[in-house]
Design a protein around this ligand. Sequence first.
Ligand SMILES: Cc1cc2nc3c(=O)[nH]c(=O)nc-3n(C[C@H](O)[C@H](O)[C@H](O)COP(=O)(O)OP(=O)(O)OC[C@H]3O[C@@H](n4cnc5c(N)ncnc54)[C@H](O)[C@@H]3O)c2cc1C
Length: 358
Amino acid sequence: MTAAEATYATHDVYNQSGDLGDVDLFGGDAVLRDAVAAFDAGWATDRLHAAGRVTGSAETRLLARQANRVLPELRTHDRFGNRVDQIEFHPAWHELMARCFGSGSHSLSWVDRRPGSQVARAALSYLWNQAENGICCPMGMTFSSVAALRHAPDLTAHWEPMILRDDYDPRPLPAERKRAVTVGMAMTEKQGGSDLRRTQTTARPAGNDRGPGSTWLLTGHKWFFSVPQSDVFLTLAQTEKGVTCFLARGWLPDGSRNRLKIQRLKDKCGNKSNASSEVEFYDMEAQLVGEEGHGIRASIEMAHLTRLDFAVGSAGLMRQAVTQAIHHTSNRSAFQKRLVDLPIMGRSSPTWRWRSRA
Ligand SMILES: Cc1cc2nc3c(=O)[nH]c(=O)nc-3n(C[C@H](O)[C@H](O)[C@H](O)COP(=O)(O)OP(=O)(O)OC[C@H]3O[C@@H](n4cnc5c(N)ncnc54)[C@H](O)[C@@H]3O)c2cc1C
C-alpha cells in the first residue's frame, strides 16, 4: 500500500497545483519592475523586493483569508450598556494593517521627495492590494488625506507627523496618546454620492471663531463611511457660506467618543474585511479645513488621490488573479501537457511566467 493509499483509501490526490508558497510579488513581476525603473523609482528596488516578499508570503495569505472569513462586527455598546461605537476585527486584520503601514505604503511619497517617489509608493500599494484589498482602503485614505490637510497649515503641523509614522496602533484612544493614526473620509450622503454639493449635514461654530482651525459642531448623516474606527477623518457640512470641509477626531482629548453614532455596517459585495458604515453626527466636534464654503475644493484633493489609489488597487486585484492563474496553469496538466502549454493558452509567454521564488 502506498502512502497516498494509506491516507486516502478511496483515491490518490494528484495533479493539483498546490499552494503558491512564499514568493516575491515584486521580483516575479517583470512588467512592474520595468515600470518602476522606467519612471525613476529604481532607487526603491530593495524596498519593493522586501514588500514583495511580505505580500507574497504564505503567512500573509493566511492572514488575508482569516480577515475575510471572520468579518468585522459593530459593537454599539459595551456589556454594561455604555455606548462605545467600536468595530471588532479578527486579529489578522490588525496584523495586516501593521505590516502594510509599517512598509510606508501610506507615507513614502510624502516623506521621500526624490523623483519617482509617487511611482514607488504606487508600487507598494499595488503589492499590498494583491495581498489583501480591504486594508488598502484605510491605507489609501491615510495617504490621500495629506493633500487635503495641507489646505490648513495649523492642522497639518499638528497631524502630519502622526499620519506619516510607519506604524499602526488600533487602540480606541485620543490620537495624541497613540503611536500612529489612521485617517478616514466621511463624505457620501444618501441623496448625493458623486454630487457633494447636495450635502445636507450642517455645521455651526462652537464659539465666536470662524477662522482657520476653528471648532464647529456638525449634525447630520453619512451614508458611506469606511473605517469608522479612524482616529481622525475629513468630512463635509453646510455652513451659511456653502459646503465646507472639516477634520473630526474619532475620540476627543478626554478619551470619550466624538459625538457620532455608527448606525450599521454595510453588507458589501467585496472589500469585506474592511468595515464600511453608516453614521450620524450629533453636534460632533470638528475643525475647519481651508476656507468656509470651499469644502469641495479641499476635500476633492483627498478624493482624487483615493480614486487614483483605488485604480492602482483594481490593477493589483487583477494581478493577484493573474499570479494565481499562472501558478495553476503551470502546475496542472491535461491531455499530457501542462495547461500553460496547451494551444488555447498560447498567449502565455515565458516572460509572464513566475520567475522568482523567495
Ligand atoms: C467599498 C466602498 C467604500 C466606500 N467608502 C467610502 C468612504 O469611506 N467615504 C465616503 O465618503 N464614501 C465612500 N464610498 C462611497 C463612494 O464614494 C460613492 O459610492 C461614490 O462617491 C459614488 O456615489 P454613488 O454610489 O451615490 O453613485 P452616484 O453618484 O449616484 O453615481 C451613479 C453613477 O453615475 C455615474 N456618474 C456620477 N456622476 C457622473 C458624471 N458627472 N458624469 C458621468 N457619470 C457620472 C457614476 O460613475 C455612477 O456610475 C465607498 C464606496 C464603496 C463602494
